[in-house]
Design a protein around this ligand. Sequence first.
Ligand SMILES: C[S@@+](CC[C@H](N)C(=O)[O-])C[C@H]1O[C@@H](n2cnc3c(N)ncnc32)[C@H](O)[C@@H]1O
Length: 189
Amino acid sequence: MFREVLQKLIDYYAEVCSRRGSPVPPSTGVFLCCAAILRGCRGLIVDVGAGYGVSTLFLALGVSTGGLGRVLGIEVCREKLKFLRAKARELGLDVFIDVVRGDVKYILKALIRPIALLFLDAKKEEYLDYLKCAEGKLLRGSLVLAHNVLWPRLYVFAEYLRCVMDFQRYLTTVLQLDPAGVSFTVKIT
Ligand SMILES: C[S@@+](CC[C@H](N)C(=O)[O-])C[C@H]1O[C@@H](n2cnc3c(N)ncnc32)[C@H](O)[C@@H]1O
């Protein structure tokens, strides 16, 4: 079952690419799935900029292995969310996913539950704003993953990376899971 869904997700990735979406590639998707398995039962998993849902679905696949935890996908585009919902139903992952349409910043501010894992993949210039909106809900050990920190516009992330590399509240390294790169941050206090 897991293998079958994984294969369908990889097929969905190709379909989303053909629609000119910008989904995370399978290498990063599998990493998100692993991270969700490790963090799933400790709070909410939030996918910031869910798009057509490739990242949301990989995260939900991870959560599904333990049956505990939920993924919240936030996306501004109604059309993309239609695809996400339909694919989640088809793969039987809809029971692990909540979807909210709107601006990430407002939705993150309004959340009251602790966030176990925050995945950032919306507007690159706004990553620091997203982090600030979520900060009060991140606990010691919460994970913040940010896509595209290496490519295509490395310079956009200077302030975000300075913040998560402060060695006081956060510990961060950058992983080259795909050419775009993913920063891997753990909240340490
Ligand atoms: C790179 S795509 C996300 C791809 C997705 N992570 C995946 O793997 O399929 C970025 C998405 O963020 C959405 N987005 C950008 N700014 C946003 C905002 N302020 N609030 C909500 N969604 C936003 C865009 O509509 C776009 O679909």
